[in-house]
Design a protein around this ligand. Structure first.
Ligand code: GDP
Length: 363
């Protein structure tokens, strides 16, 4: 077969070509090396300030790194980002699994980007410290928001303690704000201490609920209602609408029994259907009302300052505890002290004092 014929034939074989770049072994190892290379703080900062999602992601990964040598770099990045943070609204969203948190966040997120906002979604997920899973890990749960160029979604790191997750989420907020995200949504599941952590890093705390059979208030932790700036009854659609209206009345009554907040804001109850995007706009109006009221009375900034002090004290406490319990002198002596306490030879208070003094003495 001559050359001309072969090029016209329907079935022809090309001469061997080198492997495509994507499967080329050198290209793969180059790519891997590049990914492992830590960009400098300046490079990350420049990317973040340009709202580059990859730089933002890498910045958050640096913050989450358990590697002690990354700590100084992470702190430098956070400090530089603090100089560039722009005004934002931080909203905490909580509710039991299945209440519709991701559906609501997706509807609100898309609504806000349509209005010209940039939305970041973070998570404080106690389950991620137990399993590798994460409430935002399954990104298909917010499949339109994930593809939205003005939205940034970041699940919490798996295998971290709740304290670690909360701290890193608090720091990630700073990076997102430096990247120009003006609405930060923080999702958490209504389990354990996670709401308290989220409550102490947001301006507005939203509790999602479902209408039940008239026993809405049962099984809800009192503290959560006290933290809520709004309660939204979700899934108020179809046959569920009447039950949602009744639930609204019941929650309204319950909220009036709670002590007044430090601001003059009265927590509100409303209903929505996240699935049908009904009531989303109204919930945003409610949040904006809260922000303008609390800004006008100065509470908005006071609360942020109080939260900063909370995190300062919290991290000093954590660090001191960490240093104490990891001190080899303490790990060695602790058992003896416990034995003395159990045999009624020493009081727990005297043992504590002894151990604290031991920790203070230089080895
Ligand atoms: P999450 O676990 O709190 O994040 O809940 P999801 O957002 O994953 O929602 C759980 C289920 O409830 C999904 O099947 C959603 O489609 C459904 N869902 C969420 N919001 C609504 C709603 O407003 N109305 C109805 N009928 N279903 C909803």
């Amino acid at each position: 077969m001559n050359k001309n014929q072969s090029s016209k034939a329907a079935l022809r074989e090309n001469e061997g070509v080198s492997e495509q770049e994507s499967t080329n072994k050198n290209a793969i190892s180059n790519l891997k090396r590049k990914r492992q290379e830590q960009p400098s703080v300046e490079k990350l900062l420049n990317g973040i300030l340009k709202s580059n999602a990859t730089a933002l992601s890498r910045g958050i990964t640096l913050i989450e790194s358990q590697n002690l040598s990354h700590k100084a770099k992470a702190n430098a990045l956070i400090e530089k980002c603090l100089e560039h943070t722009k005004p934002s609204i931080r909203i905490g969203i909580t509710g039991v699994p299945g209440v519709g948190k991701s559906t609501y966040i997706e509807a609100l997120g898309n609504h806000l980007t349509n209005l010209g906002s940039k939305v970041a979604v973070l998570a404080v997920d106690p389950s991620s410290s137990l399993s590798k899973g994460s409430i935002l890990g399954d990104k298909t749960r917010m499949d339109t928001l994930v593809r939205n160029p003005n939205a940034f979604i970041r699940p919490s790191a798996a295998r971290e303690s709740l304290g670690g997750v909360a701290r890193h989420t608090r720091e990630a907020i700073t990076l997102c704000e430096a990247a120009g995200y003006d609405v930060i949504l923080i999702e958490t599941v209504g389990v354990g201490q996670s709401e308290t952590s989220v409550h102490s890093m947001v301006d507005f705390f939203l509790l999602l609920k479902l209408a039940g059979a008239g026993d809405e208030l049962q099984g809800i932790k009192r503290g959560i209602i006290e933290m809520a700036d709004a309660i939204i009854i979700n899934k108020a659609d179809g046959a569920n609408k009447n039950a949602a209206k009744l639930a609204m009345l019941e929650f309204n009554r319950a909220l009036h029994l709670h002590p007044a907040k430090a601001s003059s804001w009265m927590p509100k109850v409303m209903m929505c259907s996240a699935l049908e995007s009904e009531g989303i706009d109204e919930s945003w109006t409610l949040i904006k009302d809260y922000v303008s009221l609390t800004k006008s009375e100065g509470y908005f900034n006071t609360k942020r300052q109080e939260q900063n002090i909370f995190w300062l004290i919290q991290s000093i406490e954590n660090q001191l505890k960490d240093e104490f319990f990891k001190d080899p002198k303490i790990t060695k002596e602790m058992e003896c002290q416990i034995a003395l306490i159990n045999s009624n030879k020493r009081s727990p208070f005297a043992a504590a004092e002894y151990l604290l003094n031991l920790h203070k003495t230089r080895s």
